[in-house]
Write a protein of this length. Structure first.
Length: 445
């Protein structure tokens, strides 16, 4: 009997003893108890299956682990301990641990905001959870949130919401007064203006849509405050960026702001700007501006553009000979490419080919020593021929770009001399050079 009462199995010898002693009622009682226990186990198994489906845990065996008891606690809305949450996480059931925490959080919020009579249990199944989280974080509710609370007849929750809304309406009125937008008549906290003014008050950057709203509603004073704040913020960022925080200037209209914007735009500072910074002992700012403009000029050179004489003078004045050398080297590379002599290895930009190519590119005449140098280095003619005789006799089409440029300049020179002096002996020279420049149609005789 004790074994039966404890739910233990009765063996065959014990059953036979009961039969031999005609203890039929006892046998019936034991059989009834075993049937009830079996039914209870089946019911328990069914409930476990339901719990596993409900909590998305069908893939694990939970009957003989703490997971089963945890699910029971969750389903009966009992508190889950920290150790139980840790157990779930350590057993690769992180999603279940997070779900249990969300359920508890939802329960506490419902109690706090007088909505515990609300029937929904799972947070993801209810709009109420997101509404209560908004209330908890002091975030603004929208009209749909209010409508949901009213539909669910959560009157105590609604009273809390109305109290918060009243506080926000008062805040909205103060913000409209503070930021010169009282002309906007809508006082509802659901108005688009309310979050705009809140962002403005919290020194947050407004979006282009926010500014457009102010413009569309003719809130010009508010928009001016926004723009002024942005300029102040920009000014402060520039002062930090260019090490000018030692200056007390804080107004966007100050000359320092204009100077720093020049520096930021890669513009060269004029002497007046430099003296202005010196007077305020902003030597680091001056050093940064020089370095920044020098880097800008270097980038300009890299793109293939040439420096103006003003920029060259500025580099010399500021001791940036390195960039001048870089500019010449880059220019040399470009000229060699232009005149198809990129394969020629020169010693440098101060002697040899570079000065000659500069003359040609500017349309200046070469001296005899320049031509001799080109011939000596086999750069005046193509490799197919080595002298005028070959050129004149066999194939004039093999002339290279240096050769053509030289004769074009010479032809132009003799034409101009004829026009100046009227000396007809200049015309044959011009015509000869035009022929050698592959421009026979321009020959005058």
């Amino acid at each position: 009997m004790r074994k039966a009462d404890l739910g233990m199995n009765i063996n065959d010898i014990e059953w036979n003893w009961l039969l031999d002693n005609q203890l039929l009622e006892t046998i019936e009682a034991i059989q009834k108890k075993q049937e009830d226990q079996a039914q209870a186990i089946c019911q328990l198994d069914a409930e476990f299956d339901q719990l596993k489906k409900k909590y998305d845990a069908s893939h694990i065996s939970i009957e003989y682990t703490p997971v089963g008891s945890i699910l029971w606690k969750l389903d009966s809305e009992h508190e889950i301990t920290d150790s139980e949450v840790d157990f779930l996480r350590k057993n690769s059931l992180k999603y279940l641990a997070e779900q249990s925490l969300e359920i508890q959080k939802f329960k506490h919020l419902k109690i706090k905001y007088k909505a515990d009579q609300f029937p929904s249990y799972f947070p993801e199944e209810s709009p109420l959870y997101s509404i209560l989280k908004k209330l908890e974080s002091e975030a603004d509710l929208n009209e749909k949130d209010i409508e949901f609370i009213q539909q669910q007849k959560l009157l105590e929750t609604l009273a809390i919401v109305n109290q918060k809304q009243a506080i926000k309406q008062a805040e909205f009125a103060e913000l409209k007064e503070k930021y010169k937008s009282t002309a906007y008549l809508d006082s509802s906290v659901f108005s688009p203006l309310y979050p705009i003014l809140k962002s403005l008050d919290e020194n947050k950057k407004l979006s282009s849509l926010d500014k457009k709203f102010l413009e569309d509603n003719k809130l010009n004073e508010t928009l001016n405050i926004v723009l002024e704040n942005e300029q102040k913020e920009q000014f402060n960022e520039l002062k930090i960026k260019y090490k000018a925080t030692g200056s007390q200037d804080s107004l966007p209209s100050s000359h320092l702001h204009k100077v720093l914007k020049k520096v930021d735009a890669n513009m060269k500072l004029i002497d007046q700007d430099i003296n202005f910074l010196k007077n305020r002992k902003l030597m680091d700012t001056i050093a940064i501006s020089i370095e920044k403009y020098a880097d800008h000029l270097k980038s300009t050179i890299k793109t293939g553009d040439e420096l103006s004489q003003t920029d060259i003078d500025w580099l010399k004045q500021n001791g940036r000979e390195d960039i001048l050398v870089f500019a010449k080297e880059k220019h040399f590379v470009n000229l060699k490419s232009k005149y198809d002599v990129s394969g020629y290895t020169d010693q440098g930009v101060s002697t040899g080919l570079y000065p000659i190519l500069q003359k040609l590119d500017k349309g200046n005449r070469l001296e005899e020593i320049d031509v001799a140098w080109l011939i000596e280095n086999k750069l005046f003619y193509n490799s197919y021929y080595s002298d005028y005789t070959f050129y004149n006799t066999y194939n004039r089409n093999y002339s290279n770009k240096i050769f053509i440029a030289y004769h074009t300049i010479e032809a132009t020179f003799y034409e101009q001399e004829y026009q100046k002096t009227g000396n007809q002996w200049k015309l044959p020279n011009a015509s000869s050079h035009w022929h050698k420049a592959n421009e026979p149609k321009r020959a005058l005789v």
